[in-house]
Design a protein around this ligand. Sequence first.
Ligand code: DON
Length: 612
Amino acid sequence: MPVRKSSHLFLRAILSSAAALVVVTRFAMIPPLHAQMAGNQSSEKHDNWPREAVRGSHGMVATDEELASQAGVAILKQGGNAIDSAVAVAFALAVVEPAAGNIGGGGFMLVRLANGETTFLDYREVAPAKATRDMYVGADGKVDPQASLIGYRSVAVPGTVAGLELALKKYGTMKLADVMAPAIRLADQGFLVNQRLAIELDREKPELQLFAVSRHIFLNDGKPLHAGDTLKQPELAATLQRIAQNGAAEFYRGQTAHMLADDMAHSGGIIALDDLAHYTPKIREVLRAKYTTSGHAGDNVTWEVLTSPPPSSGGVAIIEALNMLNNVPLKGWDDVESVHMVAETMRRVFADRAAYLGDADFVSVPVAGLTDPCYAKELATTIDPHRASSSKAVHAGNPHTCAASSTIAAPPQAIVSLGEGAHTTHFSVVDAAGNAVASTYTLNNSYGSHATSSAGFLLNDEMDDFTSQPGAPNLFGLIQSEANAIAPGHRPLSSMVPTILLRDGKLSFVTGSPGGPTIISATLLSVINWMRLGMDAQAAINAPRFHHQWSPDQLLLEQSFPESMERALQSRGFTTLRKGRIGTVNAIGIDPKTGDRLGAADPRREGSAVGY
Ligand code: DON
């Protein structure tokens, strides 16, 4: 079985960003990650990164962790389809990637079946019934930045188990117990701690040790786990076993629900049994856009982008950006004009994201206008191709469809996105029949709230993605609007954006990323690399990444950009900042000639593509 676990400089990368990642788990008074991750001004070579994708003629799974990729492929080989495999992967990551893999968080899954059917499963967490708009505001009128990040009060009602069960019921072919078997085994028998996990656990110690169950499981009762040690999680194994037997009802109404509600009651949390019993995953319509490029032989290739609707902000942003870039000649990331045009596009897209995006079940989001080519064309004319704009002069636009002129008198109050978080995880699966899954799920930042349920799973701190107080920054530096205010049953705005491309109507590319606001840039660049620049799958993942989010007015550049590029951008008026890595894109491409699956895991985090 072709396997790649990218052996490269990941340890160095982890160490170089370790300081930043530590503070990410702490509080909002920290400088944004832009500032934390600045430092080494020189370019960085990645000689040990894989040049070629893993090739398989049947199925392929690309995740952050080899054990999870293997679990997914094992299910494919047992005859499961991509959805069976994806559910197996998600449960396995909940065991072997505790920073982000989860049953105590939430996420999105984009499914495209070989027969053309598509769907988007939204199992984002929701605010519990007792949540209030000002629950993180102290008596002094100021936001308590820790309260929405660390501990039981920061937890939103988890959606993952309900979402995975729904995915399996709707599109899978196997029984829940069968697809959960690898995860149960990994939790019960344990797995070898790798160096990355050992470093992470040490880094997260100050927060993990605040909570008895976290201390017991992840800090091994004060005997730190090192690389090569075995991590067994018997409490999690028992919970997974009960879910395997009783279905998601176990998590939301059974023993697990009672354990979680008791944890909450005893530790100052506000999630009650009723919140769990009422959690519902949603099936949403996929966002779509079409483009044409010219192929090698001068023939036209048509592309369709399938991506994530609100409460993701990412799909709208990606379509708006691709629309704006539709007539812009892009040559590659060693070409300063190409970087300039994409950075200016990001600036404008993020200004719109800030103003308009929210949970569309409760607030009106002008999706049609924002994703309309006419609007994008107008917006693109505001870009000077030789000179960087100033974000002070760039405001949210007036989105409208071709059929109508703007109906919005003035854009609403903007939401400013400053930083990015430490972790979240994206995985992609394609099976032999051509069914595909792109899924991103999260506990919010690494290890979520750092509190672990007595049922053995880490709990998210997704409440921090809401507006704790208009004008006050959250963990990621997000100063958000009323549209994203805390209210019972609301889903906090997300950047996660699982995305699938079709080429001439056939499955072509499956992608997505973690990274807070940089999720959008990393995923957009992977799409441009594949669709517009014709890169090979692994090259599309390895290519240097950059990110502009309007505010602050800074262009983040990965270390691998040469200094000459940075100087050229600066001379055009960009304020640049170096960053260790942007995103972790675990993608799968389809070779248009052979149909082979090309597994391209991201070497930035030692990702693993496994195929057969
Ligand atoms: O849903 C979101 O947009 C955030 N909770 C994601 C956090 C994240 O990606 C942190 N990691 N890199």
